[in-house]
Design a protein around this ligand. Structure first.
Ligand SMILES: Nc1ncnc2c1ncn2[C@@H]1O[C@H](COP(=O)(O)OP(=O)(O)O)[C@@H](O)[C@H]1O
Ligand SMILES: [Mg+2]
Length: 257
């Protein structure tokens, strides 16, 4: 029997509306009716415990998939299921409570906080029922938990370092730490190796492999070397449609790799 799907989409579609004609200058009127079909009837099944990569050229709809899976966008049509439950149209906070976590690009890490403070904030805001940001003086109680998370992300011993002074791949590690702190069931990562040099890509792949153990990951990346290294299943998108799905070697002909 196949592993159950932690996240599933059924004919998920997203059309972005065109800009209203009234808000355009006269010469731009032609743009008015131009809607963008970003995704068309996408079926995804993300198996529990797997690393599921979504790849495709720029504009293929990869980030839109992550925005839909995390509730930052509501689909134009189709369904989103988490653990078999229809959660189409639910807000990001509701999906976060069901265990959908994500990292952000560009990074949501704040330069002026220490690595421990960022993770303490992530732990505190996910443990409060109303998801508020707690005052700084209340963060101390999360220190021990934050240190454990930092160690898991390979940042043991860097707890009191300001994020602004971290090396690029350490900063990426801190983004992972913030994302795994609330204990998500499934973690969505957008371009985790983007903007890194070759050595940092290798370090980030090693970290991803570690973070993936015992977790479910949905990963968007341009870097096919990273995808080949960590993904169990690869979905290839082009023009908002799935054109191939399978193990890396099976979809390889569709990748131009
Ligand atoms: N908020 C938006 N409004 C209008 N069009 C958008 C918006 N977000 C994305 N798009 C369009 O949807 C398509 C898919 O974009 P995206 O998901 O960002 O692709 P990818 O991440 O694969 O590069 C592109 O044509 C993009 O221009
Ligand atoms: Mg993108």
């Amino acid at each position: 029997m196949p592993a159950p799907s932690l996240v599933e989409t059924r004919r998920l579609s997203m059309v972005f509306p065109g800009v209203a004609a009234s808000s355009l200058r006269p010469g731009d009127r032609a743009r008015a009716a131009r809607t963008v079909r970003a995704l068309h009837e996408v079926d995804l099944r993300v198996a529990e415990g797997s690393v599921h990569a979504v790849v495709g050229p720029r504009g293929a709809g990869k980030t839109t998939v992550l925005n839909l899976l995390s509730g930052y966008l509501a689909p134009t049509a189709g369904q989103l299921l988490v653990l078999g439950r229809d959660v189409t149209g639910q807000q990001p906070e509701q999906l976060a409570r069901l265990g959908v976590g994500r990292s952000f690009r560009p990074s949501s890490v704040l330069d002026a906080l220490t690595t421990a403070e960022q993770v303490e904030l992530a732990l505190a805001s996910s443990s409060a029922d109303h998801g508020r940001w707690p005052p700084r003086r209340e963060l101390g109680q999360f220190r021990e938990g934050a240190e454990a998370v930092l160690a898991e992300a390979g940042l043991a011993g860097q707890a009191d370092v300001l994020a602004g002074s971290l090396a690029p791949c350490e900063r990426r590690a801190l983004e992972f730490a913030v994302a795994i702190a609330p204990g998500p069931q499934v973690l969505l990562l957008d371009e985790p190796t983007a903007g890194l040099g070759p050595d940092d890509v290798d370090r980030t792949i090693a970290l991803l492999t570690r973070v993936a153990a015992g977790r479910t990951l949905v990963l968007v990346d341009h870097n096919l070397y990273a995808v080949r290294s960590v993904a169990d299943t690869v979905t290839v998108l082009r023009g908002g449609e799935v054109v191939a799905e399978g193990a890396y070697d099976e979809v390889r002909p569709e990748l131009g790799a």
